[in-house]
Design a protein around this ligand. Sequence first.
Ligand SMILES: NC(=O)CCC(=O)C(=O)O
Length: 290
Amino acid sequence: MAKVLSQKLKVALVQLAATADKAKNLSRVKEHVLKAASNGAQLVVLPECFNSPYSVAAFPQYAESIPSGETTTFLSSLARETAIYLIGGSIPERDEQGKLFNTSLSFSPTGELIAKHRKVHLFDIDIPGKIKFKESEVLTGGNKVTVFNIPPFGKVGLAICYDIRFPELAMIAARNEGAFAMIYPGAFNTTTGPLHWELLARARAVDNQFYVLVCSPARDLTSGYHAYGYSMVTDPNAHVLAKAGEDEEIIYAELVPGVIEEARAGIPVTAQRRFDVYTNVADSAKTSAL
Ligand SMILES: NC(=O)CCC(=O)C(=O)O
């Protein structure tokens, strides 16, 4: 049987210190991506909202059209120049109707736009005295699961930050589409980050026995939103292969063929699923006490 990851893949996660200065962010991204590529990375991931502040007030101001906007053009040229797969974190997008989205764009080594994911689950939370954030004040949620091929390696799934709390997207990518990894540009914060960031990354890895990449901005306590940091790569056994600290840095990991199949052979939860019992988890009428 063909392996879901067909050959070794070196990945790099850029934990960028994003600022309110878009031009500066783009130039820092370029430096980091050039460096990661010169260190042998074949796929580079940027964080959520890497070219703008992560704030509801900033989204309309920084939003761009896709594909005609500056950042799409920039990412495409950078992927082509470095001949790598570039997972372009996310940017605020404005569509033709004026609706705003939190959108991730991915590019092939020739600079072709190969995937576009609009954050499906908007980050609306309120933890009294700690953090209140409501993306839905200005953003609209996306309405699709994103999985795409990155030849010759295989398929990857992609979702954004809060999407990681909803295991269905990763499960569909792994189970229905045969993805070898799920990639989440994200920006958890200093309240929910320590609680759940690593737990969720490792949970999605162990749920699906595949690789999980989570890429955060660096922490900046002078900005309005305190990103958590700690970008990481976990393997199909939920071992953490690489983990950043809080500051700007690039982390690297090698994804290796065979590890997924080995994990799935040892603990065969994939084959043991009982969809005859939980045919449709959204259908609560199927549950019973006795
Ligand atoms: N940018 C986000 O979606 C933040 C998600 C987050 O912090 C969480 O706890 O979930």
